[in-house]
Design a protein. Sequence first.
Length: 537
Amino acid sequence: MTVNVHKGALKKAIGVGLTAVMGVSLLAGCSSDSKSNTANGGSAAEGNSAKRVTLKVEVFDRGNSPAPNTITNNYLTKLVQEKFGDPNNIDVQFVPIQRSEEVTKLNVLMASDSDVPDIVFTYDSSVFYRYAQQGGLTDVGQLLDEHGQNLKKFIGDETLAFGQLEGKQFSIPGKRAITGRYSSYIRQDWLDKLGLPVPKTTDELYTTLKAFKEKDPGKLGSKNIPMGFALAPAQYETLIYSFIKPISGDLTYSQRYEMPLHDGFKDAMQFLNKLYNEGLISKDFGLDKDKGQLAKDIQNGNTGYWSEDVDAQFYADGTMDNLHKNVPGSKVTPVDVYTNAKVDNKFIKSRYASNGMYIMIPKSSKRAVEAIKYLDWMASGNNLIDMYSGVEGENYDLVDGIPVVKADASQEFKDRIYNSGDMAIISNGKNIGDQATNEKAWVMGFPENNQEMLKQSIAIANTDTVGPIVFGKPIEAEAQYGTTLTDKIDVIIVKTAMAKPDQFDSVYEQEMKDFMSLGGAKLKEELDQAVKELPAK
């Protein structure tokens, strides 16, 4: 998503593999110096000393700093020093870590007393849990009470829970600005040509797809694709979640490879098998993991219905603009059609968790108080907007209290905030208020001709959502088997979809047997136990 500045899953295998090699000694350096920290994560004298101190903060280096900027010397690093560092007698030193090697590098740093920054972070929950379990992180609960009231208010209790292990606050999760994920779309001009209404249920969608294939309203012949599909989460999760039963209330397991453990997964695969065998979806979807072919098919006007990330198609000169350019008279309507029979026929779909990255203070840090004060400063006043949006009148204009990017901003002004997402670490996306305000600001950043459709897409993405369970402890099998099972879920989807209808049951059973033997059984056992241990609501 656009707001998810750090989107892209970390390669857990790197972190887990290195951790396995280093063993329990990985964090020995971080947990050995008990005198370096008081129970408050640093003495009061350290936090308020007249002596100038240095606070070291991790920053992602993506290799994209525009000259003459560097990742450690740019507009935002100077802003932090001027607005936070100097008034508090602190030198803020940014420690670059290459984004593509972050887990490997972070593991090395965390094994060192002297080199590890005072503020580090990761998107990988298994890495966070491992550091916490091995005693490598500061419990920041009391520090937040004493020095982080603005930060606590900004993050909120729901999101803070993602950073807790056995009741202790070992991480400060970044707050996600927008949690809506997916929406679906249909060619309105195809419906109009056939005199059909917009489908409102899964059964009605199937009937519509059949009509698209048989009557070919686009006059496409062999190029006609009633339903665009790719081997990517935006496509298969949207379908699967409309069949599965949540684990508890509106909560599901958090990882996509855990979908087979939900009641209803087989029903979803059987429906996909039906669509494939009747020629209603993209024939070679299993080869399209990056959605490149799907995007081409949509833009060329070959596709009648599809699902996608809520914002993906609405950028200037993007998928939607190209469709209208390539196919004069084409019209698209955002739709919510997948109805879930297991949940009162609601339009069940997944939402993002409310957290972004896991921000951590190593146990060995002597600057834990200053670290919390820095994060609290970021959450105070106009500081987050200044970091994300730049200078009013030069980078943005305020419209109804919302910072809107100036289309005519000079390149020099744009370069000010090239790394804003990596600097404003407490916010995953532009948090300027509640979610409705964040969504309004988000929409206003898109081309005006696409804004109304994006609003409709967001409304659909927010309807009947289910989110991930917060267990408050690591699921060890996720770290141990996650990479293997992620690969396996792709195999299950492709093989069961392409099986002949009379062979579906045998293929599904064999694939699920393989899934369970590759770690799925251990994962299920651990998740079942974790669910039993959840506090009663």
